[in-house]
Write a protein of this length. Structure first.
Length: 160
C-alpha cells in the first residue's frame, strides 16, 4: 500500500492516565511517564550516566528523587524515539543533564555520526512527567497534544 508523502513526523507516548502526541516537520520524539513508585536506587546504575546518578541520588528519597529519575528517563526515551531507534541503545551512554532545566542539548553516541538534539520538558498535569526532543539547529514548530484518561478507566481496560 502506498502512502502519500507528508512533511510531518510524529511521535506518540502513553502512560496510565495520559497520552501525548508530538507532530513536527522534522524528527521528533516524545515520552511521558506517570509518577509511581520506582526503585530508583536499584536501577540507576543500569540506565543513568555517573553524572545523572549523582544528580538523582542527591535528591531526598521519595517523590523528589522519583521525579528527577523520570526527568532523565523521559529525556532519554524522547531523544531515542526522535533518532528512530527507541530503547535498544545503552542508556548509560546518553547524558541528559537533568540538573539543567530544558531545553538542554543532548548528544547521542548511539548514531553514526553522533547527533545533537534539544530536549525539554512538556507541561503536563501534576502526577506526570513528559519530555520532547527535536534536532538541534531546527526551529521549534512542534505541535504537542495531550489526552487525559481517568486512571480508573485506563486500569479497567488495561491488558492483564
Amino acid at each position: 500500500m502506498l502512502h502519500p508523502p507528508t512533511p510531518c513526523r510524529i511521535s506518540v507516548s502513553h502512560t496510565p492516565g495520559l497520552a501525548m502526541l508530538a507532530v513536527a516537520p522534522f524528527p521528533v520524539g516524545i515520552d511521558t511517564e506517570a509518577h509511581r513508585s520506582v526503585p530508583v536506587a536499584n536501577i540507576t546504575g543500569r540506565v543513568l550516566t555517573p553524572r545523572e546518578r549523582r544528580t538523582v541520588l542527591a535528591e531526598p528519597d521519595g517523590p523528589a528523587r522519583t521525579e528527577a529519575f523520570l526527568r532523565c528517563w523521559t529525556r532519554k526515551e524522547a531523544v531515542l524515539k526522535a533518532v528512530g531507534i527507541g530503547i535498544v541503545a545503552d542508556l548509560t551512554t546518553l547524558e541528559t543533564r537533568p540538573e539543567v532545566p530544558g531545553p538542554t542539548r543532548v548528544t547521542t553516541g548511539t548514531t553514526a555520526p553522533p547527533t545533537d538534539w534539544w530536549v525539554t520538558e512538556v507541561s503536563v498535569p501534576e502526577g506526570w512527567t513528559a519530555s520532547v526532543a527535536y534536532p538541534a539547529g531546527t526551529g521549534r514548530p512542534i505541535t504537542v497534544r495531550q489526552l487525559r484518561v481517568p486512571r480508573e478507566r485506563h486500569a479497567r481496560h488495561a491488558p492483564r
